[in-house]
Design a protein around this ligand. Structure first.
Ligand SMILES: Cc1cc2nc3c(=O)[nH]c(=O)nc-3n(C[C@H](O)[C@H](O)[C@H](O)COP(=O)(O)OP(=O)(O)OC[C@H]3O[C@@H](n4cnc5c(N)ncnc54)[C@H](O)[C@@H]3O)c2cc1C
Length: 415
């Protein structure tokens, strides 16, 4: 697959400027050109597609604990699985399904409630027994499992950057301009309306700006006088060396009481989890900060290996092929921020991933682009309104406390 090169010449005018070439930015920018929104420029401060998104686990999870997010998860799946048909550019994915497992009666109860809601919102889920689960998934030991649900629609993308490259190629074919190594330094707002995006390489006059700057989205919002209350929070994972008997077509496994997951990766397993005391980063990140500067804690991956081992015995004697990670953008209520900002006309936000941003970005991009072009979202997205926290008296301490809770309870949102 050839990777397009970022262009360096900056136009003086555009119909829309998207800031941040990660999963969200690529998706919304591609959908804008697909819908004929005119000239669309996607800017990144670094090489496009190199920050948090390529570090993701690449998991698509249909169980999402809210009707809106479930709808987005189903739409994302549809977009990704039909992308090749629509654009001629494939998004390589493994449609292997997943097993949602509980090893304690209390966790089984929480899973049951979540599954019941998800089925009501249109997700195909089947309760199976532990033996059937281990027949479907050769690396799973049925011993000690209290309940398992099979979600056949879940999938994973082996190398997450491949999705961004696909959007890049499909977007450029429709006229999208992707410009890297160009940090946005200011946003001009006049009379409550967005007018221009400023960079060291020049200014782009535009009536529409999308803040898709990931963990920098709060800083980009501030350039337009908009508060984007997200907390960058570290998440890391490990890819083991190849393991005999593990193949790419085996399902994803999520073990709720371990707050951990595993999936096949590079002939071994990828695994990670959600610790109860995650490391938060300041929302004002230093100039020049990149996700390669994050320091990881291998002992945390060792701890997740320990709690996963009883059900995934091949982790007993594994070696590591890669330790990687990045930062989630957590919100106070565990939901994304997507849509227009009331106070500044023409300013849109797509962030607040809460751990599911890679997978939900395809649907968010589609919905926000349709909203920008057509004036209405395709369905009610008020739950994700970027300014919903304005009246909530969210102090930095309260935001941090709530964001930690959302992170730690990723698999148990009803706890
Ligand atoms: C280890 C890990 C595993 C994960 N696993 C999953 C998973 O399995 N499934 C899932 O759905 N999600 C997962 N996630 C979450 C997912 O990766 C993120 O939600 C998603 O990638 C965020 O995309 P983004 O576009 O917001 O951020 P990014 O990919 O970081 O993109 C933001 C971009 O904005 C640019 N930018 C910032 N400021 C400026 C500026 N001033 N000017 C120009 N450009 C700017 C940055 O350089 C960057 O390229 C995981 C995350 C991590 C860390």
């Amino acid at each position: 697959m050839s990777i397009p090169h970022a262009k360096v010449d900056l136009p003086s005018q555009a119909d829309a400027v998207v800031i941040g070439a990660g999963a969200f930015g690529f998706s919304v920018a591609y959908q804008l050109v697909r819908l004929g929104a005119g000239s669309v420029v996607l800017l990144d401060q670094y090489e496009p597609g190199t920050q948090v998104s390529p570090k993701a686990a690449g998991l698509f999870k249909m169980i999402q604990a809210s009707e809106t997010k479930t709808r987005l998860a189903l739409l994302s799946r549809q977009i990704v699985t039909t992308f090749a048909q629509e654009t001629g550019v494939p998004i390589p994915h493994e449609a292997v399904g997943s097993l949602f497992i509980a090893r304690t009666p209390a966790h089984a109860g929480m899973v049951d409630a979540e599954v019941e809601d998800s089925v009501g919102w249109g997700v195909e889920i089947e309760r199976i027994d532990a033996r059937e689960a281990s027949r479907l998934c050769g690396y799973l030991d049925p011993e000690g499992i209290v309940s398992v649900h099979h979600v056949p629609g879940d999938l994973y993308i082996e190398e997450p950057r491949s999705m961004l490259i696909a959007y890049w190629q499909a977007g450029e074919a429709l006229g999208l301009r992707v410009i890297g190594h160009t940090p946005v330094t200011g946003i001009r707002v006049e009379a409550g309306e967005v007018r221009a995006v400023q960079t060291a390489a020049g200014t782009i006059e535009t009536p529409v700006v999308v803040d898709a700057a990931g963990v920098w989205s709060r800083m980009v919002g501030a350039m337009a006088g908009v508060e984007v209350p997200v907390v960058p929070m570290r998440h890391q994972l490990r890819i083991t060396s190849p393991i005999d008997g593990v193949t790419a077509d085996m399902p994803i496994v999520r073990i709720t009481d371990a707050s951990g997951y595993a999936r096949p990766a590079r002939d071994g397993l990828m695994f990670g989890g959600f610790e109860s005391n995650p490391v938060a980063y300041p929302s004002q990140l230093p100039t020049g900060f990149t996700t390669d500067m994050i320091s990881f804690d291998p002992t945390l991956n060792d701890q997740f290996a320990e709690v996963l081992k009883p059900s995934i015995p091949v982790l007993r004697e594994h070696t590591s092929q890669e330790e990687r990670g990045g930062l989630f953008t957590m919100t106070a209520d565990g939901k994304l921020m997507a849509g227009p900002v009331g106070a500044v006309r023409g300013f849109w936000v797509t962030t607040g991933c809460n751990g599911s941003g890679f997978s939900l970005s395809s649907a968010i991009g589609r919905c926000v682009a349709e909203w920008i072009v057509g004036g209405e979202p395709p369905f009610d997205l008020s739950l994700l309104a970027p300014d919903r926290f304005a009246s909530q008296g969210l102090t930095p301490e309260l935001l941090h406390e709530k964001a930690v809770w959302q992170y730690a309870n990723y698999y148990t949102p009803s706890a």
